[in-house]
Write a protein that binds this ligand. Sequence first.
Ligand code: FE2
Length: 198
Amino acid sequence: MHTLPILPFEMTDLEPHISAKTLEFHYGKHHQAYIDNLNKLVEGTPMEKDSLQNIIVKTAGREGKEAIFNNAAQAYNHEFFWKCLKPVHVDTLIPVELKNAVIHSFGSWEKMIEELKGAALSQFGSGWVWLVKEDSNVKIVKTSNADTPIAHGQIPLFTIDVWEHSYYLDYQNRRADYVNGIIENLANWDFSLDNLRD
Ligand code: FE2
Protein backbone atom coordinates (compact mmCIF):
# COMPACT_ATOMS: atom_id res chain seq x y z
CA MET A 1 0.00 0.00 0.00
CA HIS A 2 1.53 3.28 -1.11
CA THR A 3 0.86 6.44 0.86
CA LEU A 4 1.26 10.13 0.12
CA PRO A 5 4.72 11.14 1.42
CA ILE A 6 4.89 14.06 3.85
CA LEU A 7 6.06 17.29 2.20
CA PRO A 8 9.56 18.38 3.30
CA PHE A 9 8.25 21.96 3.87
CA GLU A 10 5.09 23.78 4.99
CA MET A 11 2.44 24.63 2.39
CA THR A 12 3.24 28.37 2.58
CA ASP A 13 7.05 27.96 2.54
CA LEU A 14 7.34 28.28 -1.24
CA GLU A 15 5.28 31.47 -1.57
CA PRO A 16 5.13 33.65 -3.58
CA HIS A 17 6.81 31.43 -6.19
CA ILE A 18 4.52 28.44 -5.62
CA SER A 19 1.38 29.20 -3.63
CA ALA A 20 -0.25 27.11 -0.93
CA LYS A 21 -3.29 27.01 -3.22
CA THR A 22 -1.25 25.37 -5.98
CA LEU A 23 0.15 22.84 -3.48
CA GLU A 24 -3.35 22.05 -2.21
CA PHE A 25 -4.20 20.87 -5.70
CA HIS A 26 -0.82 19.67 -6.95
CA TYR A 27 0.14 17.71 -3.84
CA GLY A 28 -3.23 17.22 -2.18
CA LYS A 29 -5.24 16.25 -5.27
CA HIS A 30 -2.97 15.30 -8.20
CA HIS A 31 -0.20 13.51 -6.30
CA GLN A 32 -2.78 11.84 -4.02
CA ALA A 33 -4.75 10.65 -7.06
CA TYR A 34 -1.67 8.95 -8.59
CA ILE A 35 -1.14 7.07 -5.32
CA ASP A 36 -4.82 6.10 -4.97
CA ASN A 37 -5.00 4.94 -8.60
CA LEU A 38 -1.80 2.92 -8.27
CA ASN A 39 -3.04 1.20 -5.10
CA LYS A 40 -6.26 0.16 -6.88
CA LEU A 41 -4.36 -1.06 -9.96
CA VAL A 42 -1.85 -3.28 -8.11
CA GLU A 43 -4.19 -4.60 -5.43
CA GLY A 44 -4.21 -8.40 -5.56
CA THR A 45 -1.40 -8.54 -8.18
CA PRO A 46 2.20 -9.74 -7.72
CA MET A 47 3.25 -6.05 -7.69
CA GLU A 48 1.12 -5.24 -4.64
CA LYS A 49 4.10 -5.04 -2.27
CA ASP A 50 6.70 -3.73 -4.72
CA SER A 51 8.41 -0.35 -4.32
CA LEU A 52 7.58 2.42 -6.80
CA GLN A 53 10.97 1.94 -8.46
CA ASN A 54 10.43 -1.80 -8.95
CA ILE A 55 6.93 -1.26 -10.37
CA ILE A 56 8.32 1.35 -12.78
CA VAL A 57 11.11 -0.92 -14.02
CA LYS A 58 8.74 -3.92 -14.35
CA THR A 59 6.06 -2.04 -16.33
CA ALA A 60 8.08 0.41 -18.49
CA GLY A 61 7.28 -0.12 -22.17
CA ARG A 62 5.05 -3.16 -21.41
CA GLU A 63 1.84 -3.42 -23.38
CA GLY A 64 -1.22 -3.47 -21.15
CA LYS A 65 0.72 -2.06 -18.17
CA GLU A 66 0.54 1.61 -19.20
CA ALA A 67 -1.87 2.66 -16.44
CA ILE A 68 0.24 1.07 -13.70
CA PHE A 69 3.42 2.58 -15.16
CA ASN A 70 1.89 6.06 -15.48
CA ASN A 71 0.58 6.19 -11.92
CA ALA A 72 3.70 4.64 -10.34
CA ALA A 73 5.99 6.95 -12.33
CA GLN A 74 3.96 10.03 -11.45
CA ALA A 75 3.97 9.00 -7.76
CA TYR A 76 7.78 8.61 -7.94
CA ASN A 77 8.35 11.81 -9.96
CA HIS A 78 6.30 13.97 -7.59
CA GLU A 79 7.94 12.58 -4.47
CA PHE A 80 11.32 13.36 -6.06
CA PHE A 81 10.18 16.84 -7.16
CA TRP A 82 9.10 17.91 -3.65
CA LYS A 83 12.56 16.99 -2.39
CA CYS A 84 14.09 19.27 -5.05
CA LEU A 85 12.36 22.27 -3.44
CA LYS A 86 13.30 24.19 -0.30
CA PRO A 87 11.57 26.98 1.64
CA VAL A 88 12.20 30.49 0.29
CA HIS A 89 13.73 31.60 3.61
CA VAL A 90 16.27 28.75 3.73
CA ASP A 91 19.59 29.38 2.01
CA THR A 92 21.41 26.35 0.65
CA LEU A 93 24.75 26.12 -1.06
CA ILE A 94 25.36 24.14 -4.22
CA PRO A 95 27.49 21.18 -3.06
CA VAL A 96 31.04 21.33 -4.43
CA GLU A 97 30.80 17.70 -5.57
CA LEU A 98 27.75 18.47 -7.73
CA LYS A 99 29.22 21.72 -9.02
CA ASN A 100 32.39 19.92 -10.11
CA ALA A 101 30.40 17.18 -11.89
CA VAL A 102 28.35 19.83 -13.71
CA ILE A 103 31.44 21.82 -14.72
CA HIS A 104 33.06 18.60 -15.98
CA SER A 105 30.05 17.84 -18.25
CA PHE A 106 28.76 21.31 -19.20
CA GLY A 107 31.78 23.58 -18.88
CA SER A 108 30.09 25.77 -16.26
CA TRP A 109 27.21 25.77 -13.78
CA GLU A 110 25.58 28.63 -15.71
CA LYS A 111 25.60 26.59 -18.93
CA MET A 112 23.76 23.75 -17.19
CA ILE A 113 21.14 26.19 -15.84
CA GLU A 114 20.71 27.64 -19.32
CA GLU A 115 20.14 24.14 -20.76
CA LEU A 116 17.76 23.25 -17.92
CA LYS A 117 15.67 26.37 -18.59
CA GLY A 118 15.74 25.75 -22.35
CA ALA A 119 14.54 22.17 -21.85
CA ALA A 120 11.77 23.31 -19.47
CA LEU A 121 10.46 25.83 -21.99
CA SER A 122 10.73 23.56 -25.03
CA GLN A 123 9.06 20.50 -23.49
CA PHE A 124 5.90 20.29 -25.58
CA GLY A 125 2.82 19.60 -23.49
CA SER A 126 3.03 17.79 -20.15
CA GLY A 127 6.28 16.45 -18.81
CA TRP A 128 9.40 16.90 -16.73
CA VAL A 129 12.92 18.23 -17.10
CA TRP A 130 15.78 16.59 -15.24
CA LEU A 131 19.42 16.80 -14.38
CA VAL A 132 20.50 13.16 -14.47
CA LYS A 133 23.62 11.09 -14.12
CA GLU A 134 24.33 8.59 -16.88
CA ASP A 135 27.57 6.64 -17.00
CA SER A 136 30.10 9.13 -15.63
CA ASN A 137 28.42 12.27 -17.01
CA VAL A 138 25.61 14.51 -15.87
CA LYS A 139 23.15 15.83 -18.44
CA ILE A 140 19.76 17.47 -18.97
CA VAL A 141 16.91 15.32 -20.26
CA LYS A 142 13.20 15.88 -20.86
CA THR A 143 10.51 13.25 -20.29
CA SER A 144 6.92 13.39 -21.57
CA ASN A 145 3.83 12.85 -19.46
CA ALA A 146 4.68 10.36 -16.69
CA ASP A 147 7.93 9.08 -18.17
CA THR A 148 10.87 9.06 -15.78
CA PRO A 149 14.67 8.70 -16.08
CA ILE A 150 14.73 5.60 -13.90
CA ALA A 151 12.86 3.76 -16.68
CA HIS A 152 15.86 4.52 -18.92
CA GLY A 153 18.74 3.59 -16.64
CA GLN A 154 19.46 7.21 -15.71
CA ILE A 155 19.88 8.41 -12.14
CA PRO A 156 17.91 11.58 -11.32
CA LEU A 157 19.66 14.43 -9.51
CA PHE A 158 17.12 17.27 -9.89
CA THR A 159 13.78 17.83 -11.60
CA ILE A 160 11.16 20.45 -12.41
CA ASP A 161 7.56 19.43 -13.07
CA VAL A 162 6.38 21.30 -16.17
CA TRP A 163 2.84 19.91 -16.29
CA GLU A 164 0.42 22.85 -16.41
CA HIS A 165 -1.10 21.70 -13.10
CA SER A 166 2.15 22.75 -11.40
CA TYR A 167 1.97 26.43 -12.37
CA TYR A 168 -1.35 27.38 -13.96
CA LEU A 169 -3.03 28.77 -10.82
CA ASP A 170 -0.06 31.02 -10.04
CA TYR A 171 1.27 31.87 -13.49
CA GLN A 172 -1.41 30.88 -16.04
CA ASN A 173 0.57 30.23 -19.24
CA ARG A 174 3.84 31.86 -18.07
CA ARG A 175 5.92 28.71 -17.67
CA ALA A 176 9.19 30.66 -17.88
CA ASP A 177 8.30 32.72 -14.77
CA TYR A 178 7.47 29.54 -12.85
CA VAL A 179 10.74 27.86 -13.91
CA ASN A 180 12.80 30.96 -13.02
CA GLY A 181 11.00 31.17 -9.65
CA ILE A 182 12.13 27.65 -8.81
CA ILE A 183 15.70 27.97 -10.09
CA GLU A 184 16.34 31.31 -8.39
CA ASN A 185 14.48 30.81 -5.11
CA LEU A 186 13.42 27.24 -4.37
CA ALA A 187 16.00 24.84 -5.80
CA ASN A 188 17.40 22.38 -3.28
CA TRP A 189 20.51 21.04 -5.00
CA ASP A 190 21.94 18.96 -2.23
CA PHE A 191 19.39 16.31 -1.37
CA SER A 192 20.37 13.85 -4.10
CA LEU A 193 24.13 13.74 -3.50
CA ASP A 194 23.82 10.03 -2.73
CA ASN A 195 22.50 9.54 -6.28
CA LEU A 196 25.52 11.41 -7.65
CA ARG A 197 27.84 9.10 -5.69
CA ASP A 198 26.09 5.88 -6.82
FE1 FE2 B 1 2.75 17.45 -11.16
